[in-house]
Design a protein around this ligand. Structure first.
Ligand SMILES: [Zn+2]
Length: 87
């Protein structure tokens, strides 16, 4: 068995603290509200095409894009659905 450089973090098995029956599994969730991100991107785009608030529009686009595409790795219990943030 070599330790290697693989990213197979899901090989680990961590028992759930809440229900003590399930197993915490590695999962990726979207931590932010998708609708908020899209609304900010649309608002930013509108600011950009009007040319009046181009700097604000650019900032809104960047923040909105981050909210939409951001993902977070967590531990998810396959029994009770508890989510624990990975540190
Ligand atoms: Zn659980």
């Amino acid at each position: 068995m070599s330790l290697g450089t693989g990213q197979s973090a899901d090989m680990e098995r961590i028992p759930c603290r809440l229900c003590s029956r399930g197993t915490m599994r590695w999962a990726v969730i979207k931590p932010y509200n998708l609708n908020v991100g899209i609304a900010m991107m649309v608002a930013g785009f509108l600011c950009l095409i009007t040319g009046l608030l181009s700097l604000l529009g650019l900032i809104l686009l960047l923040i909105g894009g981050y909210l939409v595409w951001a993902r977070k790795a967590v531990w998810l219990c396959d029994h009770c659905g508890a989510i624990v943030e990975r540190v």
